[in-house]
Ligand binder design. Structure first.
Ligand code: C2E
Ligand code: MG
Ligand code: MG
Ligand code: MG
Length: 279
């Protein structure tokens, strides 16, 4: 019996895994080709100051339109780009593109760019950031680099040294997706972040879920006490916006304020935002 089952499961799983592997290899190749052909785009999602709901900056988010499948989620292709190492040149490109676009925005508007842990391991991320800043002429004080806990999880002195070196260039460092995975309060001691991004999984349960409210308020208090600002991810309703403002969260990002948009749309949105403020 066991033998039969074994053979059956073998027959059942093997072709499926084979197909999965093939699909992945195909995607790897297509990603590389798309990069060579310049088929990636950077879109920008606004984030606002909850005190006045005005835009304070935009997060650069990578977009890829697959020739047959249409838009593919970064959640799907970024891990593949990380595994193949393509994320290093691709990440450099995002940074360059985004800094060039942001250099055209009005002075106080900031730019946030996601950095992969792989970019810390390979390539000289500090040199890349320095070079891009010089070329774009963007004031480093307007740049925020978003990292995830994985960068600190690896607990190597070199990543920490890199973070400090980036900070010395004058850029700000934000901890992304805080509260997920293995986030530890120890990270907040190990490195003085400028900003904590509270993960969408907590925000989406507001205002109804009292546990999420307690956690979110706790993080906002903690951050304020440590001299860091807090931004809530995935704000979709005015109810969420109101409660976040009430508990002292300083910034918000989410569909309520806008989805990721092209550089042109972002510039238009900024012009509109200023007209509203001036009126
Ligand atoms: P992230 O850095 O946490 O970015 C926020 C994600 O949440 C974005 O998804 C954004 O579109 C989505 N989002 C924002 N507001 C809302 C909302 O109100 N509701 C919902 N349901 N979702 C919202 P996106 O663009 O699909 O990116 C997913 C992840 O891919 C990012 O998460 C980031 O980890 C990664 N990623 C994107 N672009 C880059 C990049 O240039 N470099 C690297 N290393 N990673 C990137
Ligand atoms: Mg991010
Ligand atoms: Mg995030
Ligand atoms: Mg996230």
């Amino acid at each position: 019996r066991a033998k039969t089952r074994g053979r059956r499961s073998h027959c059942f799983f093997a072709p499926e895994m084979d197909a999965e592997l093939k699909a992945r290899r195909t995607l790897e190749t297509q990603l590389r080709i798309a990069f060579e052909k310049g088929q990636f785009e950077v879109h920008y999602q606004p984030w606002v100051d909850l005190a006045d709901n005005r835009i304070s900056g935009f997060e650069a988010l990578l977009r890829w339109t697959h020739p047959e499948r249409g838009a593919v989620s970064p959640a799907e292709f970024i891990p593949i780009a990380e595994a193949t190492g393509l994320i290093v040149p691709l990440g450099d490109w995002v940074l360059r593109r985004a800094c060039e676009d942001a250099a055209r925005w009005p002075q106080p508007i900031k730019l946030a760019v996601n950095l992969s842990p792989v970019q810390f391991r390979s390539g000289d991320i500090v040199e890349s950031v320095r070079a891009v800043m010089l070329r774009s002429g963007l004031d480093p004080a307007r740049i925020e680099l978003e990292i995830t806990e994985t960068v600190l999880l690896e607990d190597n002195a070199s990543n920490l040294a890199t973070l400090h070196a980036l900070r010395r260039l004058g850029v700000r460092i934000a901890m992304d997706d805080f509260g997920t995975g293995y986030s530890s309060l120890g990270y907040l001691r190990r490195f003085p972040f400028d900003k904590i991004k509270i993960d969408r999984s907590f925000v989406s349960e507001l205002p109804g879920n009292p546990d999420c409210l307690t956690i979110t308020r706790g993080v906002a208090d903690l951050a304020a006490g440590l001299g860091m600002t807090t931004i809530a991810e995935g704000v979709e309703t005015t109810g969420q916006q109101d409660i976040l403002r009430a508990i002292g969260c300083t910034h918000g990002q989410g569909y309520l304020f806008g989805r990721a948009m092209t550089a042109t749309a972002a510039a238009d949105r900024l012009a509109g935002d200023r007209r509203i403020a001036a009126a």
